[in-house]
Design a protein around this ligand. Sequence first.
Ligand code: L34
Length: 281
Amino acid sequence: MSAVIMDGKALAEKVKAQIREKASKLRRQPGLAVILVGDNPASQVYVRNKERDCAQCGIMCYDYHLPQDASQEDVLDLVEKMNNYGAVDGILVQLPLPEQIDERVVLEAIAPDKDVDAFHPENVGRIMQGQAYYKPCTPAGVMEILHEYGIDPGGKHCVVVGRSNIVGKPMAMLLLHENATVTICHSRTPDLKAQCLQADILVSAVGKTGLITADMVKPGAVVIDVAMNRNEAGKLCGDVDFAAVSQVASYITPVPGGVGPMTRAMLMENTYKAAKCRIPK
Ligand code: L34
């Protein structure tokens, strides 16, 4: 049997159309500041996509590009300016940052009410407590995909592979809040295969092509691939051996066209929410 392929791209289009509709009812356009530091080619592609999403949603995009050798002061100054800029509702500092810049310091400088990535400790704390105003974009996108396909994590065993602050940890929290039993695996987990075989819902967010093979997936499991890797041929791929695993799983997300577009749609949703809070009725 072959798994249902969960179409994150189509769902993202639907979500963005809804945001456009909601945003058009506000008294001014929502504004998103996107700060890119340096010339990482992948980041440039991602930022361009975000600009396109903004245009589609009726969100004003304020683009800032700082050079590769920008200092931490330069970045902090710009963040501070955006914190105080009335037309900007949300601020996104594209990661990764060049090595001379301390990511933590920069993320903590973003005003929590403009932190549409939900990376600030204040927002992370709210996520832990199940009180998030902004949900982190990638995990929130995964939850939307599950809901769209009628998959309820409640009572299921979810295995999250990867423990990053951006995906793995918050992903586990959102699943937990929907009553899943959650296991988080990482590079020091002794028997990854045995853990993965327990999963009713398997989420991989590691960044290692071919990590999840068909023998690691329980027949009928739901498989979500969050990774964004390039294989030897330079082709975009995830952690999951898609061809083989889709013969075992019941549902699976592709890369590209799965979680990525939904991550971006959730950024638009958070920007709308930020604007709604800040714009008088
Ligand atoms: N601050 N930095 C901040 N927030 C984020 O949430 C991100 N990330 C990661 C990189 N740095 C960040 C993203 O948005 C990765 N990421 C991301 C999101 C979406 C897509 C890729 C990366 C995406 O849309 N992927 C498309 C293919 C794009 C392509 O052709 O390269 C897809 O269909 O999966």
